[in-house]
Design a protein around this ligand. Sequence first.
Ligand SMILES: Cc1cc2nc3c(=O)[nH]c(=O)nc-3n(C[C@H](O)[C@H](O)[C@H](O)COP(=O)(O)OP(=O)(O)OC[C@H]3O[C@@H](n4cnc5c(N)ncnc54)[C@H](O)[C@@H]3O)c2cc1C
Length: 360
Amino acid sequence: MLAGGGHAHLQLLADWIERGPPDVETVLISVRRTTLYSGMIPGWLAGAYRLEDATIDLAPLAERAGVRLVVDRLVGLSLARQEVELAEAPPLAFDWLSIATGGSAPAGLGDGADGAIAVPPIDRFADAWSQRQGRSPPRRVAVIGGGAAGVELAFALRAVFASAAIRLVAGRAGLLPAAGARARSRVAHALARRAIERVERDGHVAAGTVRLCDGTSFAADLVIVATGSGPPRWLGGAGLPLDDAGFVEVDAHHRVLGQHNLFAAGDAAQRVDRPVAHAGVHAVHAGPVVAANLRTLIGGGAGLDRYLPRKRTLYLLSTGDRRAILMWGGVALEGHWAWRLKDWIDRRWIAKFRRLSRRL
Ligand SMILES: Cc1cc2nc3c(=O)[nH]c(=O)nc-3n(C[C@H](O)[C@H](O)[C@H](O)COP(=O)(O)OP(=O)(O)OC[C@H]3O[C@@H](n4cnc5c(N)ncnc54)[C@H](O)[C@@H]3O)c2cc1C
């Protein structure tokens, strides 16, 4: 049983289409039939893409991978009964389970509470953004969250709302806390050049007002909260090993600690052997590892694959104006060429799933 149809499980399906699925009945449970590629969402906001360009239909992929797609919401997991609970249908039993339901919204901000839009989940963010279309443009905009998603969304909002006052509330740790000094400084300059004010204090939103940790506050007509993935709430109370924040603890094989038949990958999981950031790049690399390990174990084999992240990860942040910032180790460069590289990588990723969806 595959729980969640996002980045990690897309790669798992691709692996099973290309190398063969395990020889058992397999089910994919996803809250929607389609899934969105997050890398193109800031570009969609900025007008570089249509939403369809970033959308992948799970149904033909599942069919080609020999997997039955069930469109429903997972609401619980029982380890004792080895079954998952669904919102709309009776529980489903499993022998093997892979969890990749991504990150949840920060508490209390998932449903547009306080006029704020949260991301993730990406699909609900896209719904909320689509519903805003046609409204008069906001005058004061805030993005809370100084990680890659918050930065890219702030740039995208500048492209959409040329005359709005835009503030990026990056938190006390500042912009891109995990990046090197050169990348942080390059991004800070790029924000300043586009008149996006950087606020290096923690903040939260309440009733249309952004309140900062120093006691000051400011009003905003539009607030986007991108403070990172929250833990998968549907697993609360299931008795899985969770870290302090509530993410499912996995080893280098992406096997859930102490559970021989459970795997987890992507933003729902937390590696215990080394720090691995919650990022799409790691979700897409972990997916094929889970695919291979399930195929091996179900086939009666031994010797599991590990996901060993590279020392350096290539990051490309779009700046909303068909330019991008490339970050690689200590290098940070900006230009149109970086956007063209990002656009090529992103379109190629989507094209791969379109190709795999087609019958041979
Ligand atoms: C705006 C933005 C831009 C980003 N850009 C990048 C980038 O350029 N590079 C990068 O590396 N990372 C990026 N990220 C991070 C990246 O999106 C995540 O790390 C990645 O999506 C995690 O993949 P996943 O498979 O764990 O979950 P997801 O891709 O989020 O998929 C989870 C799936 O599970 C489904 N689901 C969730 N809950 C349930 C449930 N209860 N029942 C059934 N189905 C459920 C969801 O509908 C979804 O289809 C970005 C994030 C954001 C918000």
